[in-house]
Ligand binder design. Structure first.
Ligand code: ZN
Length: 332
C-alpha cells in the first residue's frame, strides 16, 4: 500500500464524498517522488578484536584500463576470464584502498594512509576519501598517536601529507619498516632502479618523506609497533614489506597490506605476478606462506586492496585461495 494507511483511505473517502479534490501529497508524504541521494554513504566499518577496536576507513577506489602485462606471467585473456569469474568488468582494474585505524585503548594507531586528500579532486571523488571518512567516523586526525606504514608505494604513504604538504597527522609518530627505509632511501639503489615506474616510486617516496623532514622511526619485524600490534616481515611486493597482527586475548586479525593485491585475482591465483610485485617469486612464496597459515589458523584477514570493508576468512581452492567475507554486524 506504499504507506497509505487505512485512516488516510477513510479520510480520503470521506473528503471525496464531500467533493474535495485531494492531491496525493496531502494523502501521504511517502507518495511524493523522492530525489535520488546521488552520492555514497561515508565508508567506515568497526569491529572488535578482543578489547581492541578496529575501524576500517576507506580511501575509495581507482579504476583504470589495465595493460597487457599487468599480470606479468599471464595473458590478458586469462586475467579477463578471472575478472568475469568474479562478476567484474573486463579490461578494467578496480583497486580499492583501505587503511585501518586501531584503538588499542592506550594508543590510536593508523595503519597506512591511502592516496592523500589531494587525490580527491584529481580522481573526481573516487579516491582520496580517507580524511573525510575518518571525520565521518568521529576520529580526529590530531588524536592519532602513531601512523604505521606497511611499505613505500604511493597508495600507502601519500596520505601522510595534507594538501599543503604538512603532516596529515600532526601529532603522530611515523613508523616505517626498517628494511624499506634502508633499501628505498639508498641513493645507490635508486640509481640502479629501472627507468619508468620504479624511478617514479623512488621519487615519490622522497617527495613524501622529505616533506616530513625524514622524521620517521624505523621498526623491525617481530616487534610490537603498539600494544597488541605485531609486525611480520612479508617481503616480495617490496623488499621491506610488512604486515601486522592485531591481537587481544584469543582474538586476532591479520592486517596483510599487499601480501595479495585484489583477492579476486591474486588470492584466487597466488602464482600470478603483478607488475607491482617487485620480486614476483618472493611475493608468491610469501603469499602462499601467509595464506596457508590463515587457512590453518582460521584467522581473519584485513586486506588493503580487498572490497570494503575488506574483512574475510580464507579457504583453500583448486587454484589457490578464496576469501569469504565476514558478514556486516550492526553491533560491535
Ligand atoms: Zn597497495
Amino acid at each position: 500500500m506504499h504507506g497509505i494507511s487505512r485512516r488516510h483511505i477513510v479520510a480520503g473517502a470521506a473528503a471525496a464524498t464531500a467533493g474535495t479534490v485531494f492531491a496525493p501529497r496531502a494523502m501521504s508524504p511517502a507518495m511524493a517522488a523522492a530525489p535520488a541521494a546521488g552520492k555514497q554513504a561515508p565508508g567506515y566499518y568497526r569491529y572488535k578484536v578482543g578489547s581492541i577496536e578496529v575501524t576500517v576507513v576507506t580511501d575509495g577506489v581507482n579504476r583504470f584500463k589495465f595493460a597487457d602485462d599487468h599480470v606479468t606471467n599471464r595473458s590478458r585473456s586469462e586475467v579477463n576470464a578471472a575478472l568475469a569469474a568474479a562478476y567484474l568488468e573486463q579490461d578494467f582494474m578496480t583497486t580499492p584502498y583501505n587503511p585501518v585505524v586501531v584503538n588499542t585503548g592506550a594508543k590510536l594507531v593508523v595503519i597506512d594512509t591511502g592516496t592523500s586528500e589531494a587525490n580527491f579532486e584529481r580522481s573526481k571523488g573516487a579516491a582520496g576519501q580517507f580524511q573525510a571518512n575518518l571525520k565521518a567516523a568521529g576520529i580526529d586526525r590530531n588524536a592519532v598517536d602513531t601512523v604505521v606504514i606497511s611499505h613505500f608505494h604511493g597508495d600507502h604513504i601519500n596520505g601522510l601529507l595534507a594538501p599543503d604538504n604538512r603532516l596529515a597527522f600532526p601529532n603522530a609518530e611515523i613508523l616505517v619498516p626498517a628494511g624499506e627505509w634502508k633499501y628505498f632511501m639508498d641513493d645507490g639503489e635508486m640509481s640502479r632502479a629501472p627507468a619508468g615506474r620504479m624511478q617514479e616510486v623512488f621519487k615519490n617516496l622522497r617527495r613524501v618523506f622529505d616533506a616530513l623532514g625524514r622524521k620517521v622511526t624505523p621498526y623491525e619485524a617481530g616487534k610490537e609497533v603498539a600494544p597488541g600490534i605485531t609486525a611480520v616481515a612479508t617481503p616480495g611486493h617490496t623488499p621491506g614489506h610488512m604486515s601486522h597482527i592485531v591481537a587481544s586475548g584469543s582474538d586476532k586479525v591479520y592486517v596483510q597490506a599487499d601480501v595479495t593485491h585484489v583477492p579476486w585475482l591474486f588470492a584466487r591465483h597466488p602464482d600470478w605476478h603483478a607488475f607491482y610485485d617487485q620480486d614476483g617469486k618472493l611475493a608468491e612464496e610469501t603469499r602462499r606462506k601467509v595464506y596457508d597459515m590463515l587457512v590453518a589458523d582460521r584467522m581473519m584477514v584485513q586486506g588493503f586492496h580487498y572490497a570494503f570493508p575488506c574483512l574475510a576468512y580464507v579457504e583453500k581452492t583448486a587454484t589457490g585461495y578464496r576469501e569469504i567475507a565476514v558478514p556486516w554486524s550492526p553491533v560491535i
